[in-house]
Design a protein around this ligand. Structure first.
Ligand code: F2R
Ligand code: MG
Ligand code: MG
Length: 350
């Protein structure tokens, strides 16, 4: 993968995030594991629709995952640094302009209401601290939007960790929420920097070490240690692991501690083309997308995070043209990646 240019891979991250969200939104919280065949059928149906019509551009809508990714990424592009008050404003204003069709998390709206009340002025970290009687949210909402951070600070792990945590705290202050966002950002960075991943287990071990070395939030780290050990156990199994097993052992729901390890597992599990016979004729990005959406309860979010990691590794061209046309926001996602990586290059050359 080392031969794929950085820009192509960076654009794969943001397009992958939007693609996974759009594909997975069709199946979110279907409280049964979605048969892989159903997800394959939906993938093809949309492709056929696009082929047969000129009016399908942007017809598959994204959800809160992509809304918040744009809110964060476009703020970084505009200000060329992290401005928490501006990001908080973006989150909240996008929510109030589009909440009914975007399916935001159950409780995060309280943060947006309070942020609006204080007019995004002063301590924008305050409202999130009040969530869940002061324990903060461990929802996957701050991990699902974190991909721009890995591009903005590409090649700079300490700053990736710092910014992933800071952006999390605007809505998600629970240690598991914060470290989930950090782990997801680190996974994207690691895939973006990898020549060829020949040892998925080592990939997991390195990620965990990076998280433990750099995070300042040590409470609850054992939860991620435990989950990543289970990811490794699954990766080491020779026989096909049933989706229901993944849900039981790792989870794939709305919590960061379930969804982030599930997304990392999806990407790593599908590196080996032959592993899941039903999808062995698809490229690595599509294998990751189909698999992650099929086993996850939170299919848009696990799909989006898994495809952001896969996009970092395989690059933007692995996403079919028809889906690039169908996904709402695809062009904007590609532009945002180009802008973020441009800023990253300028910063590194200073
Ligand atoms: N909400 C959805 N989808 C709703 C289903 C829509 C469906 N497609 C339909 O057709 O109707 N998706 C989005 O929500 C998730 C991200 O949520 P986020 O931003 O983390 O929100 P929140 O409210 O902070 O947390 C979510 C839930 O997690 C539980 N929780 C979190 N912290 C907790 C704590 N400390 N104690 C107890 N519970 C906690 C709560 O149940 C929260 O409501 C993504 O899936 C996104 O796509
Ligand atoms: Mg969503
Ligand atoms: Mg979701």
């Amino acid at each position: 993968m080392g031969s794929i240019p950085l820009l192509e891979r960076a654009r794969g991250v943001t397009l992958g995030a939007v693609f996974g969200d759009c594909l997975g939104a069709e199946f979110e919280y279907d409280w049964a594991v979605n048969p892989l065949e159903d997800v394959i059928k939906y993938l093809k149906d949309v492709q056929n629709r696009v082929k047969g019509s000129n009016s399908e551009k942007g017809s598959v809508l994204y959800t809160d995952d992509s809304c918040m990714t744009f809110d964060l990424g476009l703020s970084l592009v505009k200000h060329r640094k992290f401005e928490a008050n501006n990001v908080a404003r973006n989150f909240s204003e996008t929510y109030f302009s589009s909440s009914s069709q975007r399916f935001y998390g159950g409780n995060v709206s309280n943060v947006f209401i309070e942020l609006k009340r204080i007019n995004y002025y002063g301590d924008v970290y305050g409202p999130a601290l009040q969530q869940f009687n002061g324990s903060g949210s461990y929802g996957n909402g701050s991990a699902m939007r974190v991909s721009p951070v890995a591009l903005f600070h590409h090649n700079d792990v300490p700053n990736i960790v710092k910014l992933a945590g800071e952006q999390s705290k605007i809505t998600h202050t629970h240690p598991l929420g914060i470290n989930g966002a950090i782990l997801q950002a680190l996974a994207i960075e690691k895939a973006l920097s990898a020549d060829e991943i020949t040892d998925p287990v080592l990939f997991c071990q390195d990620l965990l070490e990076q998280l433990k070395e750099h995070t300042t939030v040590t409470e609850g780290l054992g939860v991620y240690e435990d989950k990543m050990k289970k990811v490794i156990e699954i990766l080491q199994q020779d026989e096909l692991v049933k989706p229901s097993t993944i849900n039981t052992v790792i989870g794939s729901g709305v919590s960061a501690q379930a969804a982030v390890p599930a997304a990392i597992l999806s990407f790593l599990y599908c590196l080996d083309r032959e592993r899941i016979p039903l999808i062995s004729n698809y490229n690595g990005m599509l294998r990751t997308a189909l698999y992650s959406v099929s086993f996850s309860y939170d299919s848009d979010t696990v799909g989006s995070m898994a495809c952001a990691i896969a996009g970092a590794y395989y690059g933007e061209k692995c996403i079919p043209d028809e889906w690039r046309i169908a996904c709402e926001g695809a062009d904007a996602a590609l532009k945002m990646a180009s802008d973020l990586i441009g800023i990253n290059k300028d910063t590194n050359n200073k």
